[in-house]
Design a protein around this ligand. Sequence first.
Ligand code: GSH
Length: 201
Amino acid sequence: MKLYGFPFSPNTRRVLFMLHEVNAPHEFVPVDLTRGEHRTPEYLALNPNGRVPCLVDQDFILWESNAILQYLADRFPEYRLGGERPRERADIACWLFLNAAHLGPAVAHIFAHTIRLPEEKRIPALVENARAELARCFGVLEGKLSHTPWLAGTSFTIADISVAATTSVAPMLNIDLSPYPSLAAWDRRMADRPAYQKTFR
Ligand SMILES: N[C@@H](CCC(=O)N[C@@H](CS)C(=O)NCC(=O)O)C(=O)O
């Protein structure tokens, strides 16, 4: 398998984390976003959406990091990271979609408008809205994690892998997890995993 990605991208790291969890042999192919390599015709032929990551498994090409997690969970079923029963799989999907639709974009806005964009292009109101969105989502995560050790209940799953890649950027963006003690404890448990350490070192 080949993973095309940018080493500092949380969306890329989400998939790398998963590849390490399931011990999948893989080759990492760097796509340098700062040099526009994600907009070359060669890369767009793989991912017409022009974003990283993108996984190539022989003749199968897949983009969107959370879809890739679901695929890898099914591809390596012995690790039981994708849920077994319909309700368990649906619960996992709920966290993946929350991350893709709310948490991930909020973090991306904060990064863009505090670090990535030149000062004259930064919009403080967007950062304020994104921080409010994150606070709301963190409240949801805290509510769940104060009752169960993992997002989808008693087992570690791709729901945890997906969300941990997003919360991993909290320190860089001055996002404080301490008002959410269960979330912060979960985040520390995630950081203790060998696969996490291989990915985020
Ligand atoms: N929903 C996508 C988001 C992918 C994404 O936005 N990746 C960023 C890097 S973290 C990217 O490729 N940005 C390049 C750009 O926006 O031009 C996923 O989960 O894979």
